[in-house]
Design a protein around this ligand. Structure first.
Ligand SMILES: Cc1cc2nc3c(=O)[nH]c(=O)nc-3n(C[C@H](O)[C@H](O)[C@H](O)COP(=O)(O)OP(=O)(O)OC[C@H]3O[C@@H](n4cnc5c(N)ncnc54)[C@H](O)[C@@H]3O)c2cc1C
Length: 421
C-alpha cells in the first residue's frame, strides 16, 4: 500500500514522538528557516531529504558540484567488470521531489559570522544552520611526487567514485596478462576500512577470468587487514590462490610516477598499474572545523554541531570517529538522519533526542556473487557523550556465500532509495 504525503507525515510524527521529535505537517507560505547542506553524498543528501520530510516549512538548499550521485559502495564491482557506472549512478531528481533545492556548484567557504556559504559560481547562500558532509580529501603531502595534477591523473586513487573509477577500469583492461596491479593502503583511519581488500578481490576475479598470469599486490601500511581479516584471507586463499599477495607493514613513502614504482621503507616495488590510496582527512571545505589531529572534525554527537563553530553541523567521513565507528556509507546515512532530526528540533525550539542509536552494516563482495559482512550497533553514552558499540550487538558473517551477495545488492538499492529517493 502506498502512503500519500499526509499519511506519511502522520505516521512519521507518531513514530518520531518516541525520539522527542515533532513533525510539522502544515507548511506556512514563508519558510521558517533555511538550512544549507554542503555535499550531496551519503551524509548530506540524507540530511537534506529528512529535514524536508520532518518539517516542510524549512527551506533546504543542497550544494553539490556533481550532476548525479555516484556511489562508492559497489564501485569496486565496476573495477571487476561486473557492474557499470550507470549501475552506481542516481540522479538528484528524487531530492527535488521532496522540495530540496539542488544547486550545482562548489562551496568555496563557509562564513560563520555572516552565516553564508560562498560558491564558486553563484551568489552566496544565507543560512540559519549549515550541514557540511564533504567526505574526505587526500593528504598528498605524504607522497611528495604525487603533488602535481599530472601525477594524480596518471596514478589513480578511485577512492571517490566517478571518472577515476572508469579510468582505473580502463587501465586494468589495458594491462597485459602477467602484469602486477599494486594497491597501497594507508594507516587507519581512512574511508571504508574493508574497501581496499574488497577491491583486491574484485580485480583478482577479473584477472582469474581474463588475465590469469597477472597478480594483485596489496601493500598495507597497517600491521594486518583492518576489517573482516579472517574472511578476506579465506577468500584470497580459496578463490584467488597465487593471484593476491598481501604485505602488511608496508608504508608507501613516495611514488616514482615515471617508473610506475612505489617507494617503500625497505626497497621499491614496481607495478604495471598503481592504485595509490593516500592518507585522508576531512574534505577541504570543512578545514575550519578540523579539531582532531589536524585531520578530522569533532562534533556534539547529539546534534552533530561542530565543536569549532555554532550553527555548523558536520557529518560522515569528515568526522573524528567515535570508538569503533567506521567511516562508511551506512554510518554517514545514519548521521544524516540523527542530524536532520536534531536540526529540526533546534529550529523549532525543541530539545533533540537525548539517546540516539546508529547501526552499521558493511558488505564486501569477494567475487561476482559471494559476499561477507560486518555489523554493529552504536548507542549514545550520556556519561561519556559519545557513541559506543553495544557489546554483542553485531558480528561478522560465518562464511562467504551467495545469499550474502544477494543481500549486498538489496542493501545498496535500499540505501540509494533512502538517501536519494
Ligand atoms: C571503493 C569504496 C567502497 C566502499 N564501499 C562501502 C560499502 O560497501 N559500504 C559502506 O557503508 N561504505 C562504503 N564505502 C564508504 C562510503 O562511500 C563513505 O563512507 C561515504 O561515501 C561517506 O559519506 P559522506 O557523505 O561523508 O561523503 P560522500 O558520500 O563522499 O559525499 C561527499 C559529497 O560532498 C561533495 N563535496 C565535497 N566538497 C564539496 C564542496 N566544497 N562543495 C560542494 N560539495 C562538495 C562531493 O562532491 C560528494 O558528492 C566505500 C568507499 C569506497 C571508496
Amino acid at each position: 500500500m502506498r502512503m500519500d504525503r499526509r499519511q506519511f507525515l502522520k505516521a512519521a510524527s507518531a513514530g518520531l514522538a518516541a525520539t522527542g521529535l515533532s513533525s510539522c505537517a502544515v507548511a506556512p507560505s514563508a519558510p521558517k528557516a533555511r538550512v544549507v547542506v554542503v555535499g550531496g553524498g551519503y551524509g548530506g543528501a540524507t540530511a537534506a531529504k529528512y529535514i524536508r520530510l520532518l518539517d516542510p516549512a524549512i527551506d533546504v538548499v543542497l550544494v553539490e558540484p556533481n550532476e548525479a550521485f555516484v556511489s562508492c559502495p559497489i564501485s569496486n564491482m565496476v573495477l571487476g567488470g561486473f557492474k557499470s557506472m550507470a549501475d552506481i549512478t542516481t540522479p538528484y531528481a528524487g531530492l527535488e521531489r521532496h522540495g530540496v533545492k539542488v544547486v550545482r556548484d562548489l562551496a568555496t567557504a563557509i562564513d560563520v559570522e555572516k552565516k553564508q556559504v560562498r560558491l564558486a559560481r553563484g551568489a552566496a547562500l544565507p543560512f540559519d544552520r549549515v550541514i557540511v558532509s564533504p567526505g574526505v580529501d587526500f593528504m598528498w603531502e605524504a607522497l611528495p611526487a604525487m603533488g602535481s595534477e599530472a601525477a594524480q591523473s596518471r596514478v589513480l586513487h578511485a577512492w571517490k567514485a566517478g571518472p577515476q573509477t572508469a579510468a582505473l577500469r580502463r587501465q586494468l583492461e589495458a594491462m597485459p596478462d602477467g602484469g602486477v596491479f599494486v594497491i597501497t593502503v594507508p594507516l587507519a583511519p581512512y574511508r571504508c576500512p574493508p574497501g581496499p581488500y574488497e577491491r583486491a578481490c574484485q580485480v583478482a576475479a577479473y584477472f582469474k577470468a581474463a588475465k590469469p598470469r597477472s597478480k594483485v599486490l596489496l601493500l598495507d601500511e597497517n600491521g594486518d587487514v583492518t576489517s573482516k581479516g579472517p574472511l578476506f584471507k579465506k577468500a584470497w586463499s580459496e578463490l584467488y590462490a597465487g593471484l593476491i599477495e598481501y604485505r602488511p607493514n608496508s608504508k608507501a613513502l613516495d611514488i616514482d610516477v615515471a617508473a610506475n614504482t612505489v617507494k617503500l621503507e625497505f626497497g621499491d616495488q614496481k607495478g604495471d598499474v598503481l592504485n595509490v590510496l593516500p592518507p585522508m582527512k576531512a574534505g577541504n571545505i570543512a578545514a575550519p572545523f578540523i579539531t582532531a589531529n589536524k585531520r578530522w572534525c569533532e562534533v556534539d554527537w547529539l546534534t552533530f554541531e561542530s565543536k569549532a563553530a555554532k550553527n555548523v553541523h558536520v557529518l560522515g567521513d569528515a568526522l573524528q570517529i567515535a570508538p569503533a565507528m567506521p567511516k562508511s556509507a551506512t554510518m554517514a546515512n545514519g548521521h544524516g538522519k540523527v542530524c536532520a532530526a536534531a536540526v529540526v528540533n533546534l529550529l523549532n525550539g525543541e530539545t533533540p533526542n537525548p539517546a540516539p542509536t546508529l547501526v552499521n552494516t558493511c558488505y564486501s563482495m569477494v567475487s561476482d556473487k559471494l559476499a561477507i559482512h560486518v555489523a554493529s550497533v552504536h548507542k549514545y553514552d550520556i556519561n561519556d557523550r559519545t557513541f559506543k558499540a553495544v557489546p554483542g550487538s553485531g558480528g561478522v558473517s560465518s562464511a562467504m556465500n551467495e545469499a550474502e551477495g544477494a543481500y549486498t545488492m538489496n542493501w545498496a538499492r535500499n540505501i540509494w532509495a533512502d538517501t536519494l529517493g
